[in-house]
Design a protein around this ligand. Structure first.
Ligand code: SF4
Length: 341
């Protein structure tokens, strides 16, 4: 049986038309699911009994369970249990521009970035689209808010689960569904070039962020093994193609790691590398964890790095730091729970 949150409006219309129902029935169902937020098929009051029965026999409802929540100023971290008992995380962050949510796209991750807690837990499986949709629904309900900005940057590499991620975007972007504007959705990738090329041809204006984290191959090979398959020069060549083709600005994420990638020389190298690309750089103060032997750069270092990029005409921001009371880096809550178990 398919999950009802897995299905795009278009596919639901097709399915219902094939079974002799009306196209508008699909819009009614979407309305109950995403606008009125009912929790079972019986609550869809204007749908005929016969169709309710059909839905019950062919579709399942929500499957993920909220099992833990950590709260700090302007940030909430959520741990969910999936139907097969696997666990994933999502993080809500309140920004001055809106309510932002970072969700997971896989259980674990195979990319093995050395600074990342999620990567310590190898990929178990891809998330299905409905498991991504449900992260949004559960958190909106829990906080009684609407999410305005979505980032696919939690546990997992979204482009390693490309088809489910695109199907998910089709569902949440639909104006009869959750209606999250595509310009408010960002997919973050560690740089899987063939998928970036595929994504260039996707017709929605979804933002792309690249986890760069190093100004050269020598450092990037050490902290991001994916760089051995897709080295920086090829990655940037592809990004230039992407920007030319889509006319969209790209974000480069850069985690500031003490003594690894945070010197003035590195800042100059990075400025040189990104010169002429329509982009901005997001400097991210590292979230230290008990398991990984890396430290965050000092405030001074981050500010110097920032100044050098600015002077070299690179658009740059420093990501707001959220309370360390919550296990803020993705993967930390899940791994702490699994170690307790
Ligand atoms: S940083 Fe992203 S791509 Fe790298 S291991 Fe972590 S989740 Fe995977």
């Amino acid at each position: 049986m398919k999950n009802i949150y897995d299905i795009t409006l278009e596919n639901l219309e097709k399915d219902l038309l094939e079974k002799g129902y009306k196209k508008f029935n699909a819009s009614q169902i979407y309305d109950w699911l995403y606008k009125k937020r009912v929790k079972n098929f019986d609550d869809m009051l204007n749908i005929k009994k016969e169709l309710i029965e059909y839905l019950k026999q062919n579709y399942t409802f929500s499957t993920i369970k909220l099992i833990k929540k950590q709260v700090d100023i302007d940030v909430c971290k959520y741990l969910f249990e999936l139907e097969d008992n696997n666990k994933i995380e999502a993080v809500y962050m309140k920004h001055n521009y809106g309510n932002s949510l970072c969700i997971s796209t896989q259980v674990g991750c195979n990319m093995s970035c050395t600074f990342c807690e999620s990567g310590r837990l190898k990929k178990v499986r891809n998330l299905k689209s409905h498991e991504m949709v449900e992260q949004i629904i559960k958190i909106e309900e829990n906080l009684n808010i609407r999410i305005t900005h979505l980032v696919l940057m939690g546990i997992g590499e979204p482009f390693d689960n490309y088809d489910n991620v695109i199907n998910f975007i089709e569902i949440i972007n639909n104006h009869k569904g959750i209606e999250l504007g595509s310009r408010h959705i960002t997919i973050s990738t560690c740089g899987i070039i063939p998928k970036i090329k595929e994504f260039m041809n996707y017709d929605k204006q979804v933002n792309l962020a690249i986890s760069l984290h190093a100004p050269n191959n020598e450092i990037r090979n050490k902290i991001m093994p994916i760089n051995k398959a897709y080295p920086i020069e090829e990655l940037l060549k592809t990004i230039k193609e992407y920007v030319d083709k889509t006319n969209r600005r790209v974000t480069f994420e850069y985690i500031m790691l003490k003594g690894v990638n945070d010197s003035e020389k590195h800042a100059l190298e990075l400025a040189h590398l990104l010169k002429g690309i329509n982009c901005y750089v997001n400097l991210i103060p590292y979230n230290e964890t008990g398991h990984i032997n890396l430290e965050k750069s000092s405030k001074d270092k981050i500010l110097k790095f920032y100044d050098i990029l600015k002077k070299n005409k690179i658009n740059v921001t420093i990501r707001k730091e959220f309370g360390s009371k919550v296990s803020a880096a993705c993967g930390q809550l899940r791994s702490s729970i699994e170690e307790e178990e």
